[in-house]
Every structure is written in structure tokens, then in C-alpha cells.
Design a protein around this ligand. Structure first.
Ligand SMILES: Nc1ncnc2c1ncn2[C@@H]1O[C@H](COP(=O)(O)OP(=O)(O)OP(=O)(O)O)[C@@H](O)[C@H]1O
Length: 314
């Protein structure tokens, strides 16, 4: 039996109409169980309902229907008890710009009624490369450092569950790598991590399990490896020297298509399979005397994947 730390049952949210803006149903009866100690990625395009779901779990937004329990504690009836189990790293910093890093992070700990622990806060700031900046005011920090402060604030009260809302948005490669390392370190210490993202690469790199959400519906939840197999399509585009009017029958085994008025020959393959079929495809092209001047491979986009999954554009 798997050990569930967070249970989301039948959660819907409709934001009421305001002025001329119509009512929006951001979530439709979402059921989801999060396992203790896993890294779970909630993958979906803009406006899918990811932030709404996180905000409901954190008690910032009230659901229209459904219930959430954290280790059996209902987040509405046992709000304070449930909330202290959670750390939330939001997309943006809404904190006092004139406060120092140390004061801001220490305050976050007190907010949840935890006794002061200077050694823990020091270690946390050191882990996030913020210790040297502990006396700097928030407004004096770079964007990357502000991001680290958000993480430190979320971890200040030693939560069991950490939510990261779009951790990669607006973050450079170095910080992203540090953040991923830190997340893995937290998981090793037993923290359950839930992140939202619209980058497949991020889900692929980080998660044990992935949930795909679009238009407020949770379309599927699967182990990462199983899902990546389903999603792992790539395409090879060859820019031809001479355009083709039709696909030569000799290439039929690879089911290629012609794009850009016959100037591009496209072959879609499974990047996770043992064989991609590319070498044999290129050999056959050469045997047929079809020359190309450029070649490019790309991953299928999240949008393509959604089209595959739900048969419509998100
Ligand atoms: N306070 C609000 N009032 C009205 N509608 C809202 C409110 N917050 C979100 N919505 C709407 O709910 C839907 C889901 O938004 P949400 O922010 O949860 O999506 P998201 O998946 O987090 O997207 P993003 O990646 O852009 O943050 C959107 O249509 C959005 O416009």
C-alpha cells in the first residue's frame, strides 16, 4: 500500500463573474493522491489551473467543492495544523523590500509558530548561498537571489510538503541547476515535493510522477518513465535541395510527411525507443538520390502532446 501524504478529492473551483468578466471554472472535480516522499510534477499550459490547485491546497483560495486532507487533517477545518505542514514557493516575491534576508526568513518561521532555531536558519541560508547576504535588504538582491529567498522562506518552518509554483520561470540555467539539486537534497531528507511547470524537460528531469492538467481537468497521472514514453516523440526535419511533389514509395516504411510545399521532409520518431530509425532512413534517402542541405530535430511541444492526449488544442 502506498503512503498518501496529501489527498485531493473532488476539488472544483469556479471564480464568480465580476463586472463584465464571466464566471471561470478553473478546476473540474480533481482527484489526486500525493505519495509521501515523492517529487510530483503538475504539467500543463498557461491557465490550466495549476496555481489555483496549489492555492486551494495552501488555503489561499477556497474550493467550490471537494476536500483536501494532509495526513488525514482537513485543510479547511484544521487549517492551521494543515498549513504548517506546507511550504509554498510562489512565482513572485511579495515581501517587505526593506527587510533583511535574515529577518524575512526568520519571520516566516515564527509565522507558523515554530520555536526559533538559529542553527537551522543559518544552515538553510548557507545551503541556498544566501548566508553572505543575510544582512542585505531584499530590494538590493538580484532576481536569482530573490528567488532563493522565496525558497528559504518556504522552508523556514521545516515543512513536510514543498510546493514550487513554476520554479523555472524567469530563472537562469545556473540557478535552475542549483534549484534542482536542492530539491533532490530535500527529497532525500524526506520532504514531499510538488512542482508546477509547463516545461516537459523540467518534469522529465525532476519528477517521480507526473500529472497532466489542461483546462482545469487532470487528464492523467503516471510514473515519469511511463509518461515520457508516451510523450517522447521527436521529429527530424530535412530541408531538401530539390522540393518533392510526393513521398517516394521507397520511404513509406518511415511514414514521413512533406511540409513547406515539399521543401521539408519530416520524420517523426520515438526518442525513447531503442532504435530511432534515423540511420536507415538517411541511408534510404541517399539510395533514392534525395539530397538535403540542412537537418534539424525537435521535441514535440507540450501543445502537440495535448493534441495527442485530448484531441484538441489547449
Ligand atoms: N482570482 C481569479 N479570478 C478569476 N479568474 C481567475 C482567478 N485566478 C485564476 N483565474 C482563472 O482561472 C484559470 C486558471 O488559472 P491558473 O492561474 O490556476 O492557471 P495556471 O495553470 O496556474 O496558469 P499559469 O501557468 O499561467 O500560472 C484561468 O482561466 C484564469 O484566468
Amino acid at each position: 500500500m502506498t503512503d498518501t501524504i496529501l489527498s485531493i478529492a473532488g476539488v472544483s473551483k469556479t471564480y464568480a463573474a465580476r463586472g463584465k468578466a464571466p464566471a471561470v471554472t478553473a478546476l473540474h472535480a480533481v482527484d489526486l493522491d500525493i505519495r509521501r516522499g515523492e517529487i510530483f510534477a503538475l504539467l500543463g499550459p498557461n491557465g490550466a489551473g495549476k496555481t489555483t490547485l496549489i492555492s486551494i491546497v495552501c488555503g489561499i483560495v477556497v474550493p467550490s467543492t471537494g476536500a483536501i486532507t494532509i495526513d488525514g487533517i482537513d485543510t479547511q477545518t484544521g487549517y492551521r495544523q494543515a498549513r504548517r505542514r506546507i511550504g509554498l514557493v510562489p512565482q513572485e516575491l511579495a515581501t517587505d523590500a526593506f527587510e533583511s534576508v535574515l529577518a524575512t526568513v526568520s519571520f516566516s518561521r515564527r509565522l507558523f509558530g515554530r520555536a526559533a532555531n538559529a542553527a537551522y536558519i543559518e544552515q538553510l541560508l548557507r545551503d541556498l548561498a544566501l548566508w553572505d547576504k543575510r544582512n542585505a535588504k531584499i530590494m538590493e538582491l538580484s532576481g536569482g537571489m530573490k528567488r532563493r529567498v522565496l525558497i528559504a522562506k518556504a522552508l523556514a518552518h521545516e515543512p513536510d510538503i514543498l510546493f514550487l509554483d513554476e520554479p523555472s520561470a524567469g530563472v537562469d540555467v545556473a540557478l535552475r541547476r542549483d534549484m534542482w539539486n536542492m530539491v533532490r537534497g530535500l527529497r532525500e531528507r524526506g520532504v514531499t515535493i510538488i512542482l508546477t511547470t509547463h516545461y516537459i524537460e523540467e518534469a522529465e528531469e525532476m519528477a517521480d510522477r507526473v500529472g497532466v492538467i489542461a483546462k482545469g481537468k487532470l487528464l492523467l497521472v503516471d510514473d515519469k518513465t511511463a509518461l515520457m514514453k508516451k510523450l517522447g516523440k521527436r521529429q527530424l526535419d530535412l530541408t531538401l535541395v530539390e522540393p518533392l511533389a510526393a513521398i517516394p514509395p521507397e520511404l513509406a516504411d518511415w511514414h514521413p510527411s512533406l511540409e513547406h510545399d515539399g521543401h521539408t521532409l519530416r520524420y517523426v520518431f520515438d526518442a525513447t525507443g531503442e532504435r530511432t530509425g534515423i540511420p536507415s532512413f538517411l541511408n534510404r534517402l541517399s539510395e533514392c538520390g534525395i539530397a538535403f542541405k540542412d537537418l534539424e530535430t525537435s521535441k514535440s511541444s507540450l501543445e502537440d502532446i495535448f493534441v495527442d492526449l485530448v484531441g484538441e488544442r489547449p
